[in-house]
Design a protein around this ligand. Structure first.
Ligand code: NAP
Length: 249
């Protein structure tokens, strides 16, 4: 069947695969015939994801991407890849005057530095096929909008999106495309932990979405699959906003 969106037979690394959006990307990619390499910190939840995948020959590597040695060791174990969906990330909410340097370092190491160092290692260790596609899960926060208390998170996500554009330019000649998906609020553990609101308040928040719902992980996963597929072969350095129209208001 004609399908320019196919990712069948592609080898794809999924970070943050032990939970939320990353887990969903992995499951959806497996349903479309990709071969997955999963990574995350929590071995039990990572293996849970592995057991949810369709098809044979998927693998999992436990790694802490905020730790340079652990990241490097993970990359060394990888096969040559056709695609990467990089979702590992954390969130923090605090007002500017309460920001602690340790928190700044933690969020930048996890969200921003991991993106740069992962890309660098993949290129240096020749782990990317020609062509291949890197898809970073950034956010509307720091790129399209911000909410009170999100300064650290917004700084880390704005940094990912800036890096993606520069990497897209630098790596184009090597056949490597680099793009971001910018999700709005998606129902995952990270989203729940970032809210200090009751379910009633969340109901109010939902009304700010023109489509009257928060995102599902699948909404993001399907955007990632488009960017991994040859259907997006002329798309690089782009940000795909997936937010149910939240930032239109
Ligand atoms: N949910 C939203 O509303 C939303 C909106 C915009 C953007 N995003 C972005 O989407 C991505 C996924 O978030 P999510 O909502 O799916 O959150 P989640 O369910 O909390 O998943 C976060 C994932 O990141 C991994 N991770 C965190 N720190 C790590 C580290 N140091 N090394 C390796 N892996 C690490 C976690 O692994 P372990 O659990 O194994 O530690 C987990 O698999 C994040 O980058 C987030 O910023 C989410």
């Amino acid at each position: 069947m004609y399908n320019p969106f196919s990712i069948e037979g592609k080898t794809v690394l999924v970070t943050g695969a032990s939970s939320g959006i990353g887990r969903c990307v992995a499951v959806e990619c497996s349903k479309m015939g990709a071969k997955l390499v999963l990574t995350g910190r929590d071995e039990t939840r990572l293996n849970e994801t592995l057991s949810m995948l369709e098809g044979p020959n998927h693998t999992a590597i436990v790694a802490d991407l905020a730790d340079k040695e652990s990241l490097n060791a993970m990359v060394s174990q990888l096969p040559v890849l056709d695609g990467v969906s990089h979702n590992a990330g954390i969130s923090k909410i605090n007002m500017i005057k309460f920001i602690k340097e340790e928190e700044l370092l933690e969020i930048m190491q996890t969200n921003a530095f991991s993106t740069v160092l992962l890309t660098k290692q993949l290129v240096a260790k020749k782990k990317l096929n020609k062509p291949s596609s890197l898809v970073f899960t950034s956010s509307v926060s720091g790129n399209d909008c911000v909410r009170h208390g999100e300064s650290l998170y917004a700084a880390s996500k704005g940094s990912i999106s800036g890096f993606a554009k520069a990497a897209a330019l630098d790596l184009a000649a090597q056949g490597v495309r680099v793009n971001c998906v910018n999700p709005g609020m998606v129902m995952t553990e990270l989203f729940k932990s970032a809210q200090d609101a009751s379910m009633e308040d969340l109901g109010e928040l939902k009304k700010l979405f023109p489509m009257k719902r928060f995102g599902n992980p699948e909404d993001v996963a399907h955007g990632v699959i488009y960017l991994l597929s040859e259907a997006s072969s002329w798309v690089t350095g782009a940000e795909l906003k997936i937010d149910g129209g939240y930032t239109l208001m």
